[in-house]
Design a protein around this ligand. Structure first.
Ligand SMILES: *Cc1c(COP(=O)(O)O)cnc(C)c1O
Length: 376
């Protein structure tokens, strides 16, 4: 049996039961389960606000759009970001015609605070921090820099469902906005969905409105409130079609019930890798910040012969991943090529080993043995 990087698991009967409720009620769109999921998510994370969306990508766009228009940021103002991320993070900066300024990463693959400081200019408005693999990296130091320089903190928490920081709180509570992903291969998988969590109540209200085209009252509250004027709504500004739906929320509700247990098992898999790989020559582990309780979305190692090792593992039906290719290798970000040396090295040497709930200790031992055999 092939061992893939990630194979999502679903509590199928429980998911079908939640979806059935949507179908029986005739309510598959926004409202109903999306509200239930938002409430469950807020209870789980202890975050004050949460709005359910169709993806993390649209959430990051909404985050930048809302902060930009509220604060009067201009075209050509800058957002400091990382080259080691899924392109979503950086494209969303460009959707708002702002400039993605790339800072380097440290050994964790997350933004290096020293490099962030070095990239600040009078046009810098925000920092996009990506918690790679569920790691907080040196987020706290980067946040402190943001506060000292009056910059907004946008946390791309696509890998961080369930990550708790050194204070024991779920991540996101100290960012201006945190955006989560519940895409099919994330650690809280649905099929496609996301959650945007603003710290500010007015930003949250605006996110709700803008995620549904700028309409200032959602269908659900119109149909649930009696009265002759329930068809009436205002459109305050040009928004987007970004909200999530009840089918995805139904799956999310079920997945959330298992999230802590699932993440704990992911951490166990990681400790097995740690143990089996201790003596592997030429293998360096990408370290988790030990103060956080990570979702362990990824288990990453660095080797000198990454591409060769990937092919060797593939020959044994083991299919790791790469997170991520240095984004400055893509043409639209090529202007920053050569400015982030550690990121370039990270991109060339790092691979993500299979990590999902279907794996056993024997699988981890087998993969580790292959890594030890072929890594240089
Ligand atoms: C998956 C991912 C995204 C995009 O999430 P979607 O929900 O698929 O839009 C953004 N950033 C990172 C780091 C991701 O891994």
């Amino acid at each position: 049996m092939a061992i893939n990087l990630f194979t999502p698991q679903f509590d199928i009967e429980a998911c079908l039961a939640e979806i059935r409720l949507c179908l029986e009620r005739g309510w598959t769109g926004a409202g109903f389960k999306t509200i239930e999921f938002e409430d469950a998510w807020k209870r789980y994370c202890g975050l004050p606000h949460a709005h359910f969306l169709s993806s993390n990508t649209v959430g990051l766009h909404l985050a930048i759009h809302i902060l930009r228009t509220r604060n009067g940021w201009s075209d050509d103002d800058e957002v400091i970001t990382t080259p080691i991320t899924f392109v979503s993070s950086n494209h969303t900066i460009r959707y708002e015609r702002m400039v993605a300024v790339f800072a380097d990463v440290d050994a964790s693959g997350c933004l290096d605070p020293d490099s962030v400081i070095a990239r600040i200019t009078p046009k810098t408005r925000a920092v996009m921090f990506v918690g790679l693999g569920g790691n907080v990296g040196r987020y706290t130091e980067v946040l402190k820099i943001c506060r000292e320089h009056g910059l907004a903190m946008i946390l791309d928490a696509a890998h961080m469902a369930g990550t708790r920081d050194a204070s024991g709180r779920h991540v996101g509570h100290d960012a201006d906005v945190a955006v989560f992903s519940f895409q099919a291969v994330k650690n809280l998988p649905t099929a496609d969905a996301g959650m945007i969590c603003f710290s500010d109540a007015a930003d949250d209200a605006r996110a709700r409105k803008l995620a549904w085209l700028g309409i200032n009252k959602d269908t659900y509250s119109r149909t649930s409130s009696a009265g002759a004027y329930k068809w009436m709504y205002d459109v305050d500004e040009i928004g987007f079609k970004y909200h999530g739906n009840s089918i995805m929320a139904a799956i999310g509700l079920v997945q959330l019930r298992h999230l802590d247990r699932d993440n704990a098992y992911r951490r166990t898999l990681a400790t097995w890798y740690d143990a089996f790989l201790t003596d592997a020559l030429g293998v360096r582990r990408v370290e988790m910040n030990p103060t956080c309780e990570s979702s362990r979305h990824l288990y990453q190692i660095q080797v000198g012969n990454r591409d060769e090792l990937l092919l060797a593992l593939n020959r044994h039906e083991v299919f790791p991943g790469v997170h991520y290719r240095d984004n400055t290798l893509y043409p639209m970000y090529a202007y920053a090529r050569g400015t982030c040396l550690e990121a370039a090295r990270f991109s060339d040497t790092t691979l993500s080993l299979p990590l999902h709930l279907g794996l056993t200790r024997a699988d981890i031992e087998m993969v580790s043995e292959l890594v030890s055999r072929y890594a240089r």
